[in-house]
Ligand binder design. Structure first.
Ligand code: 5GP
Length: 240
């Protein structure tokens, strides 16, 4: 994890803050737009609408890439390997841990889930934002590894009855799985104060708009807009 954090210090993301090489600075053709990528975390109990909102956000915003997790959970009907998850067996997951391939991983509902490091590095190197659909355990680990660029959002269902209705209407999980997920939902929701933003998903479009507003504002934060240093220097001169 510390190794990963070190990567950001050395890979050039920070080196573009006005002290980078002339070539690096010349590459910024729109300096006021140049910014560091965000790590956008969306967490919620299953069924609160997070997957739909993630998909809608990705469709609506070309600057966001989805992080595809690896999991030992069996594939559900309609899911595709390397699209929804990288589906791996226990040995494969162990090998990924041993090879240091995860930025975070955690056990969830009896299976293991982890975020591969390489695509995250790649997206951030390109100044793209990356979206994570991970639980509170993963969020804590990402926060520790790279809290500075993390934007954490928790999505609450409007009620537990509505959550159960949404889980059932999905029709992909057995009764036992639905019951398990309901019993764990309250425990997951109890982590809501660990998140910067907390939304109640009463209406999918409204919730998507709220997520988009958060992302838009976070992108405008001064500390992330590395192009501003040279822009303002050109604006008022180096003496100030
Ligand atoms: P599902 O099996 O319904 O796709 O996901 C179950 C839970 O695992 C969800 O809360 C989801 O956010 C979480 N999850 C998915 N991928 C990861 C991951 O890479 N790391 C962690 N920590 N949690 C994950």
């Amino acid at each position: 994890m510390h190794h990963f954090k070190g990567f950001f210090v050395h890979c050039g993301i920070r080196s573009l803050d006005g002290h980078g090489s002339p070539e690096a600075r010349a590459a910024m053709d729109q300096p006021t737009r140049e910014r560091r990528g965000l790590l956008i975390v969306l967490s919620s109990p299953s069924g609160a609408g997070k997957s739909t909102i993630s998909r809608m956000l990705l469709d609506a915003d070309n600057d966001v890439t989805m992080s595809i997790s690896a999991t030992t959970r069996p594939k559900r009907p309609g899911e595709s390997d390397d699209v929804d998850y990288h589906f791996v067996d226990d040995d494969g997951f162990d090998a990924m841990i041993d090879d240091g391939e995860f930025v975070e991983w955690a056990p969830v509902f009896g299976y293991r889930y982890g975020t591969p490091k390489a695509p995250v590095k790649d997206a951030l190197r390109k100044g793209r934002d990356i979206l994570f659909d991970i639980d509170w355990q993963g969020t804590q680990q990402l926060e520790a590894a790279m809290g500075e660029d993390l934007v954490s959002i928790f999505i609450l269902p409007p009620s537990m009855d509505e959550l159960e209705r949404r889980l059932r209407s999905r029709g992909t999980d057995s009764e036992q799985v639905v019951a398990d997920r309901m019993s764990r939902a309250a425990a997951e929701i109890s982590h809501w104060p660990e998140y910067e933003y907390v939304l109640v998903n009463r209406d999918m479009d409204k919730c998507l708009n709220q997520v988009r507003s958060i992302v838009a504002a976070e992108r405008l934060k001064r500390t992330r807009r590395i192009g501003l240093v040279t822009f303002v220097r050109d604006l008022i001169g180096p003496a100030h």
